[in-house]
Design a protein. Structure first.
Ligand SMILES: [Fe+2]
Length: 292
């Protein structure tokens, strides 16, 4: 698959702050080249492995996900004091007070199947999901694909300009499940995993690059036909003045993480909610059989 040429630049150097933000706002994504060095890449890879390898299903093609990775990874937490990263995060947020939103890591083995097209955003309507709260605050995702990303080996694909509420969807497709997914018209309404239609942009990045995408941007993942486990981790922030949600009491792991942060990081984490996995389970059980 050839790298697509777009009529605008979407790959930037680390100090092109205005251009990075403008591209993310205008087109729903941006790539920052060489944000972290090889040593940081290796440290993050080691931490993703440490957290996720032991509990990963032994079957080929399995994927394991950590939903509060920063709480378990001191290396990831150090990014909160890594100025080249934080200046981008602050600029995306117009240098207003901001709060850590969430973080995750993914461990994906060779032979993993593709991931369907979806948006991480969810409406604040029943049935609620964790995403209905956390991915509805305007925060962009900031991801490191630590092996680089490539369509041959579980690479990320996105749809440029799909990040607005009135985006009509790709030509020939219709939305389903409150716009979470789309399917090709005239076929069974199951989330599409087609990866070759005109709107698709397969991304090609190197291990130290940062991939930013907006809250609503649609993305999918190619099948993993490579030989290395794909390791990735990401985080995001949102404006503190939208953080008045007291959704669940802070889990113990979240409190411990906040307490472990140095004083200069406190303003970023004191309103951080973490994720209460029990709330996720209970709420899904309640809403599964309940009224909508
Ligand atoms: Fe996603």
């Amino acid at each position: 698959m050839e790298k697509k040429v777009l009529p605008y630049t979407y790959e930037f150097d680390i100090n092109e702050l205005d251009a990075i933000r403008a591209c993310n706002e205008d087109h729903g994504f941006a790539v920052v080249k060489g944000l972290i060095n090889e040593e940081m890449v290796e440290e993050l890879k080691a931490d993703v492995r440490r957290v996720l390898e032991p509990t990963c299903n032994p079957a080929p093609g399995a994927t394991n996900v950590a939903l509060t990775f920063i709480e378990e990874s001191p290396v990831m937490a150090r990014l909160l004091t890594y100025e080249p990263f934080m200046q981008i995060a602050r600029h995306l947020n117009y240098n207003k007070p901001m709060t850590l939103l969430r973080s995750a890591a993914i461990y994906k083995k060779p032979e993993a199947p593709p991931m369907v097209w979806h948006t991480d955003w969810a409406p604040r309507e029943h049935p609620y999901t964790v995403d209905s709260f956390l991915n509805n605050l305007g925060g962009s995702s900031m991801w490191f694909y630590l092996n680089g990303t490539h369509p041959d080996r579980a690479g990320l694909a996105i749809i440029p300009d799909s990040h607005t509420a009135d985006w009509p969807g790709p030509v020939g497709f219709a939305f389903m499940d409150r716009r979470k997914f789309f399917y090709r018209k005239g076929t069974e309404p199951t989330p599409s995993m087609e990866l070759d239609f005109p709107e698709v942009l397969p991304l090609y990045t190197d291990p130290g690059d940062l991939i930013i995408f907006a809250e609503k941007t649609y993305h999918a993942v190619f099948p993993h036909n490579g030989s290395e486990v794909r390791l990735s981790c990401g985080t995001g922030f949102h404006s503190t003045n939208t953080a008045s949600l007291e959704i669940w009491p802070k889990p113990d792991s979240t409190r411990r993480f906040i307490d472990s942060c140095p004083p200069e990081v406190r303003p970023l984490v004191e309103d951080y909610t973490g994720i209460d996995m029990k709330w996720v389970q209970d709420y899904n059980q309640r809403s599964a059989g309940g009224t909508r």
